[in-house]
Design a protein around this ligand. Structure first.
Ligand SMILES: *Cc1c(COP(=O)(O)O)cnc(C)c1O
Length: 400
């Protein structure tokens, strides 16, 4: 079969080999502890599920407006006002089938061949490929723990060329769990405005923050920045609604209208039932208590994990201020021998941890950071305890 160039331009997931190995161990009846989850281990809150059921009973089962129902757009507008101090009109909001779909649509309508898009690494796996699918060029800027895995204004300025169109920001971050302070955003904002860049701000983990860390949206810094920023958010992570597939973006009317045009010739509206449930998620009285419960549980697990990392020689981990991911650095193990093989990168370490410790992590190379593994704590405390015991003894057993 001859395939289109665009599908040949993107890579199959590098983590596929390791996850299929984990799967085959599980099928052999081996008890593998999975730390790979990219979604909350909680169920969608009851009031939200009920709103979905009601939508079906009320025959809310037809096409809706391509860019989302008025009811949901109004709930989103209210959310931006309440949580971010941002005011938008209905013609600035587009609801899509998940935040990933929002980003994909945006890339398709904004970028062309030759455009450069700055993506700080470690990054969420899908950004570079979605940029490539738009024929544009991802420009990866590496960051490390010294800046909390955040791009600095100097780094941003250095990466800018005549062709740069946009900066992709993800705060709080998947996979590092770090987040930008208002001051850090202000420093970046100066470079953004000076070079007339757009900012794509993925804020999907906004509500999952610890220790009173306050989330700021780039768009809320000034009216000028708001004009140049597209905010992406969604229901998946904060409301444990990954399967419902609702994401949205807020942008200037011309951008929103282009995204809506593309969506009108591709997927059309996201599911009517999921939209109705999302209205309840954003406006329901129970929602903030439900989120708080989830965040408290994640914080407890984060604290426990940080204690455990501190006690393992040759493994270090930046303390996440949000999300449900930790991103430990295993590079001290590089050069050591296991099973007659020298550990050289995150794929080797992931294989070692899977076969020796029977724990499944996601190799950092998937996020553009080969020294690391992503360990998701969207799993039970029992699993975390047992998994960390196993990791600790496997690392200890490795001859220096
Ligand atoms: C999970 C995730 C998304 C996409 O979520 P959807 O389920 O498509 O709404 C977007 N960005 C980041 C950083 C994520 O981790």
């Amino acid at each position: 079969m001859k395939f289109a160039q665009r599908i040949q331009n993107i890579q199959p997931s590098m983590t596929l080999a390791i996850s299929s190995k984990a799967q085959s161990l599980i099928e052999q009846g081996i008890d593998v502890i999975g730390f790979g989850a990219g979604e909350p281990d909680f169920s969608t809150p009851e009031n939200i599920k009920q709103a979905g059921i009601d939508a079906i009973q009320n025959n809310d089962t037809h096409y809706t407006l391509v860019s989302g129902t008025h009811a949901l757009k109004d709930a989103i507008i209210e959310k931006f006002e309440r949580d971010n101090g941002l005011s938008y009109q209905r013609n600035q909001i587009v609801v899509s089938c998940g935040a990933k779909h929002s980003f994909y649509n945006l890339a398709q309508v904004l970028w062309d061949n030759g455009d450069e898009i700055i993506i700080p690494a470690p990054y969420w796996v899908s950004y570079p490929d979605m940029v490539v699918l738009a024929n544009a060029t991802p420009v990866i800027v590496n960051t490390d723990s010294s800046s909390g895995y955040k791009i600095t204004a100097e780094q941003l300025q250095q990466a800018v060329t005549q062709k740069t169109r946009a900066l992709v920001l993800n705060s709080p971050s998947n996979p590092t769990g770090s987040a930008y302070t208002k001051k850090e955003l202000e420093a970046l904002a100066e470079v953004v405005l000076k070079n007339k860049l757009m900012v794509i701000s993925d804020e999907i983990y906004e509500k999952i923050m610890f220790d009173g860390f306050e989330h700021f949206s780039m768009a809320s810094l000034s009216e000028e920045l708001k004009l140049n920023t597209v905010v992406i958010n969604g229901a998946s992570k904060c409301f444990a609604m990954t399967g419902w597939r609702i994401g949205y973006l807020a942008a200037e009317p011309d951008v929103a209208s282009a995204v809506s045009k593309l969506q009108g010739q591709s997927t059309s509206n996201p599911t009517s039932i999921a939209q109705a449930a999302c209205v309840e998620a954003l406006t329901g009285k129970q929602s903030s208590a439900e989120i708080q419960k989830m965040v408290m549980e994640f914080k407890m697990r984060r604290d426990y994990l940080m204690d455990r990392y501190a006690k393992i020689d040759n493994v270090s981990c930046y303390q996440p201020v949000g999300t449900f991911y930790s991103f430990p650095d295993f590079s001290e193990l590089f050069g050591r021998k296991w099973n007659g093989k020298t550990l050289k990168g995150s794929l080797d370490v992931a294989e070692f941890l899977l076969e020796e410790a029977k724990v499944a992590l996601v190799p950092g190379i998937a996020f553009g950071a080969d020294n690391h593994q992503r360990l998701s704590f969207a799993t039970s405390m029992e699993n975390i305890e047992e998994g960390m015991n196993r990791i600790e003894s496997a690392v200890k057993s490795l001859p220096a």
